[in-house]
Ligand binder design. Structure first.
Ligand code: SF4
Ligand code: SF4
Length: 119
């Protein structure tokens, strides 16, 4: 069994208590390919933007614009879950990519929740 280094955050049991991989300040963070865009309804497409001829999820307040934060329950929910892009589907909880996201960004969702709670 792989041992966790002391400075690595544990992998959450449930992604809705985490949300780290939905956080970024980069406007070209979540790529939306043609097949992803076709899957989306008008509401979901309104959360995307183009950089040149390439499409991405919009970023708002340091996270994907589709992410909904629930400060009461402490949850992070994708508002377009059934229509989310393939790159989001490909990121498995507990994978190396997930652990990398946690290592880089685990604090960001917690800070964002705290900010909302304080109003
Ligand atoms: S895949 Fe990993 S980083 Fe993303 S929400 Fe789930 S536990 Fe957090
Ligand atoms: S589309 Fe959903 S799963 Fe993908 S980054 Fe945005 S909020 Fe997260």
């Amino acid at each position: 069994m792989r041992r966790r280094k002391d400075d690595e955050p544990p992998v959450p049991e449930d992604c809705t208590t985490c949300g780290a991989c939905c956080f970024s300040t980069l406007p070209e963070y979540i790529r939306v390919f043609g097949i992803d865009h076709e899957r989306m309804d008008d509401t979901a497409q309104a959360l995307t933007h183009f950089v040149g001829n390439r499409c991405f999820m919009k970023i708002e307040d340091g996270h994907c614009a589709a992410l909904r934060l629930d400060p009461v329950e402490g949850r992070f929910l994708c508002s377009i879950y059934a229509m989310r892009p393939d790159c989001c589907r490909a990121l498995d909880r507990g994978s190396g990519a997930c652990r990398g996201e946690l290592h880089e960004k685990r604090e960001r969702p917690l800070i964002a929740l705290e900010r909302l709670r304080r109003g």
